[in-house]
Design a protein. Structure first.
Length: 329
């Protein structure tokens, strides 16, 4: 497993220079109650406090800034379960780029409203992510707009990888990173940024059991398609694309371990974050925390000078939904 095995390169440093005016360097927070006696420090990376409420703005900014003036004038189209669309809408609004976002009908209202406030045209396009993606691709062709891929794009992955640089700079003694894994842009970008500089750091990808297309694709050695299942981690829903070119190789070569968390674990992580940490986390943003709470990943006891980073990737969730989760069933 090595960067040298990849047929392409990511320029994480260039991405950081490009996107700095559009994103926030998010804080980190140590949580002692998550640590075992004599174990490593557990440090949360609060990407739920990013400007659009999730990490997605990093990749979206890097991709949109790489468009030609002609492409910017024609506008862009994206498909999203919420966070990617909100990020594209936000950056497009700042740059004056016309944007259309196709979303499934079950999109979280908080995310849909965020896209519309940023000035994007939002189209409800089918009951699944794949249906929304097909509509977006057709629209991009019809209207000659650039299609902004949510993950399988080196510009997107490089933008997400800037988070990895922050982890290395902000967390002394870093030896393990737990990161949400779906399409692979975030986990692949972070793994690339870290392994390029510190090959000894272990990267663990955490997927929702009901959104595990990447997990199954890695198991069989090629992209697979699976029926979508209802999940609290709807931001992780959807496929990785049967023609996936970039993120599957990134994850295969650079992510050291893969963990699945169930719906109960995701629910508990969301409620723990709000009740004990005073943080809002959506389901997709809580899966890495769920892995720690449920002890789904072995955290080596390396002592207080070593650290485990847990990426909290998004916080776009309504208070109504959180309240419903806390209601006795």
């Amino acid at each position: 497993m090595a960067i040298d095995n990849l047929p392409f390169k990511l320029d994480i440093a260039q991405a950081r220079d490009a996107i700095t005016p559009y994103v926030r360097g998010t804080p980190v927070m140590r949580v002692r109650e998550l640590e075992d006696s004599g174990g490593s420090r557990v440090v949360l990376k609060l990407e739920n406090l990013q400007v659009t409420g999730s990490f997605k703005v990093r990749g979206a900014a890097n991709r949109l800034l790489a468009l030609s003036p002609k492409e910017m004038k024609r506008g862009v189209v994206a498909c999203s379960s919420g966070n990617h669309g909100r990020a594209v809408a936000y950056v497009a609004g700042l740059k004056g780029i016309p944007a259309v976002i196709c979303v499934p009908t079950w999109v979280d209202p908080v995310k849909k409203e965020g896209m519309e406030r940023a000035g994007a045209r939002v189209i409800l396009a089918g009951d699944s992510y794949d249906e929304a993606e097909n509509r977006a691709l057709a629209l991009a062709e019809q209207e000659e707009r650039a299609f902004i891929q949510p993950f399988d794009d080196p510009w997107i992955a490089a933008g997400q990888g800037t988070l990895g640089l922050e982890l290395l700079e902000e967390i002394p003694g870093l030896h393990t990173v737990l990161v949400p894994l779906s399409g692979g842009g975030l986990a692949g970008g972070i793994a690339y940024a870290i392994k390029e500089r510190r090959r000894d750091v272990r990267v663990v990808g955490v997927s929702a059991a009901r959104a595990r297309v990447m997990y199954e694709s890695l198991r069989v050695g090629k992209p697979v398609s699976m029926p979508e299942e209802e999940t609290l981690a709807e931001a992780l829903s959807g496929g990785i694309g049967l023609t996936n070119r970039f993120t599957l190789p990134l994850i295969r070569e650079l992510v050291d371990e893969h963990v699945l968390v169930d719906e109960e674990g995701i629910r508990d992580a969301m409620l723990y974050a709000s009740g004990s940490l005073h943080l809002l986390l959506e389901g997709g943003g809580a899966v890495a925390l769920a892995a720690v709470l449920g002890k789904r990943c072995h955290l080596e006891a390396r002592g207080d000078k070593a650290a485990v980073a847990v990426v909290l990737s998004g916080g776009n969730v309504s208070l109504t939904r959180l309240k419903a989760l806390s209601t006795p069933r």
